[in-house]
Ligand binder design. Structure first.
Ligand code: DGY
Length: 327
């Protein structure tokens, strides 16, 4: 096929091989860093399709310059870097890669929960700093998770996997808050839908698994943290801007909540002198939720197949704005 595809990052070969087999003309960005907005526009102008990810700004300005694009295929489940409304009004289909990273991301949420409960990252640092000292009968105490209440904000594919881990490992009670009830998950997990207030008030561990939207942006702010238990652990593996980071810092410093596990920060990357990195009850990772070979390979295959199927059969198997192809 003569179609020219711009591939904006060094994606796993599994998906790239599929595109190569179709004889597309591929332009592969070979640098580790993402393209600047200008580089992205200048290059995309010369292509028919885009394989991009969350580090690429596909905003109104980009789309106005690149309105000729036939498809945008996002290598991620989240797509808050894309102005989907603008793409839709220009008739550009947007693909994404749901579920490919659900197990991987749930592992990170679950791991962070345990790491925070037992202060693992902090204690690791004490050894590096030569502070192991003696066994302390009343020191370095964490908390146990057995039979505690897990609150999920956004019980979708990843939230369900996190809840399953918590239920099987610790027999945790599952409550959740969604705009729409997830009845299949309620059955699977004995999960109870609660309003936002109850989610804040009842969760021992509150784990965020929602998309970043105008409605969820900085939803976890000073006022929300104040309504949580002082013993609560806050986990965010979804998108950093769902929490207000200074408010989170203050909430832990003042004891409004007990600790936090973050795979996403607000902003990213987190600066190395961020006070959260020096707190006992905080564990931070550099946005690696989907970072397993299996998940990333699968994401690259799904992102490639969205493009291949579009050009072969006029359909995009995993699509953010299906209305574009219906009209
Ligand atoms: C996603 O898929 O949205 C993750 O944040 C990156 O893989």
């Amino acid at each position: 096929m003569e179609k020219k595809i711009l591939v904006t990052r060094l994606y796993p070969r599994a998906g790239i091989r599929l595109l190569e087999k179709e004889n597309f003309h591929l332009t592969l960005w070979k640098n580790e860093r993402p393209m600047t907005s200008m580089e992205l526009i200048e290059s995309a102008i010369q292509h028919h399709a885009l394989l991009c990810t969350l580090t690429d700004r596909i905003d109104q300005h980009f789309l106005t310059q690149c309105r000729h694009l036939e498809i945008i295929s996002q290598f991620a489940v989240g797509y808050d870097n894309i102005d989907v409304a603008a793409a839709t009004s220009l008739g550009i289909p947007v693909g994404f890669t749901p579920d490919a990273m659900s197990e991987a991301t749930a592992d990170i949420a679950f791991g962070l929960m345990i790491a925070v409960a037992r202060k693992m990252f902090f204690l690791h640092k004490t050894i590096i700093n030569g502070q192991w000292g003696h066994f302390k009968p009343t020191g370095n105490l964490g908390c146990e998770l057995k039979n505690k209440t897990l609150g999920i904000f956004g019980l979708g594919r990843i939230g369900v996997k996190m809840a399953l881990r918590c239920k099987h490992a610790y027999d945790m009670n599952i409550i959740y808050h969604n705009r729409n009830r997830n009845r299949a998950a309620e059955k699977l997990l004995d999960a109870v839908h609660v309003d936002y207030e109850d989610l804040l008030a009842q969760s021992d561990v509150l784990s965020v698994h929602c998309a970043l939207t105008a409605e969820t942006r900085e939803r976890f702010n000073r006022s929300a943290f104040k309504r949580m238990k002082p013993s609560a652990i806050f986990i965010n593996t979804a998108r950093g801007p769902v929490h207000h980071e200074k408010d989170l810092t203050l909430a832990i410093q003042t004891g409004d909540i007990w600790g936090a596990g973050l795979d996403v920060t607000n902003p990213e990357p987190m600066q190395p002198d961020n006070p959260l990195l020096f707190m006992e009850n905080v564990c931070v990772l550099p946005h690696v939720g989907s970072g397993t070979k299996e998940a990333r390979d699968q994401m690259s295959v799904m992102a490639a197949m969205n493009i291949i199927e579009f050009y072969r059969n006029g359909r995009v198997p995993h699509m953010v704005n299906p209305e574009v192809l219906k009209s």
